[in-house]
Design a protein. Structure first.
Length: 244
């Protein structure tokens, strides 16, 4: 569940409860009933097939079962990554009716979502000592995501991200492809694009903000390419976001 906007949402699962505010995400366990109460809010609810999650986890670590908790993402960076993953999958699914007849494409999207769950929310795979690739565990991937999120505004390289995750650059590439179906540098570019949109949304009239300035701030040197990528990702021109 992701709370997108509006008043706080209260979620109850047994004796545990949590209040969600805009931008918060929460994972609800499969073995307990829950109750949610809200008023005038917008939320995104993503339903996961627990059997599919178990199956995908078996590819990642030597665990017969995966224990998940009634809890928030492990870090703010993980929460943002989860939101971005769900948003991406929603855009892909809503933008293509061909997926209904494309089981392989649907499977890949399911793998992407399940991998994000295991990387972003507390679960038993985070403590695993082994994985399909030597050293390739969600814990190390989490370090890479946190480092990328914290240093996105700096000229960081693949080697620096790998060092933060305690992986070789090749191992880091393999981890991103296997768990998140992307690469470290594509993910870094995605984080920077999200930051650029945030700055355009938060710009005040007369403060000197421009699309070119925001693009350059986040490392997009070619304004035309930035505008094309921005529109492809968010469905509007960056100038429209700035004016709104």
């Amino acid at each position: 569940m992701e709370h997108r906007e509006g008043n706080p949402v209260q979620v109850l699962a047994g004796s545990a409860s949590v209040n969600l505010r805009a931008g918060d995400s929460f994972l609800l366990p499969p073995d307990r009933p829950y109750h949610a109460a809200w008023n005038s809010v917008a939320v995104t609810v993503t339903t996961l097939g627990f059997e599919n999650l178990q199956r995908d986890a078996a590819w990642l670590v030597d665990h017969d079962t995966v224990n998940v908790e009634f809890t928030r993402p492990i870090t703010r960076a993980a929460g943002r990554h989860w939101s971005q993953t769900v948003g991406y999958v929603q855009r892909v699914v809503s933008g293509s009716t061909l997926l209904v007849a494309a089981p392989l494409a649907r499977r890949e999207l399911g793998w992407l979502v399940n991998s994000a769950v295991l990387a972003c929310f507390p679960n038993s795979t985070l403590d695993a000592d082994s994985a399909s690739f030597a050293g390739d565990t969600p814990q190390r991937l989490r370090r890479a995501l946190e480092f990328t999120d914290e240093h996105a505004g700096e000229p960081i390289s693949l080697n620096e991200i790998a060092a933060a995750a305690q992986l070789s650059p090749r191992g880091l590439q393999a981890a991103f492809r296997r768990h998140l179906d992307t690469t470290p540098l594509v993910h870094l570019r995605s984080v920077r694009m999200e930051r650029a949109r945030r700055d355009l949304e938060n710009a005040e009239p007369g403060d000197g903000s421009s699309v070119a300035a925001v693009a350059a701030r986040w490392g997009f040197a070619h304004l035309g390419r930035f505008a094309i990528e921005y529109r492809r990702r968010f469905g509007v021109h960056p100038s429209q976001t700035l004016r709104s």
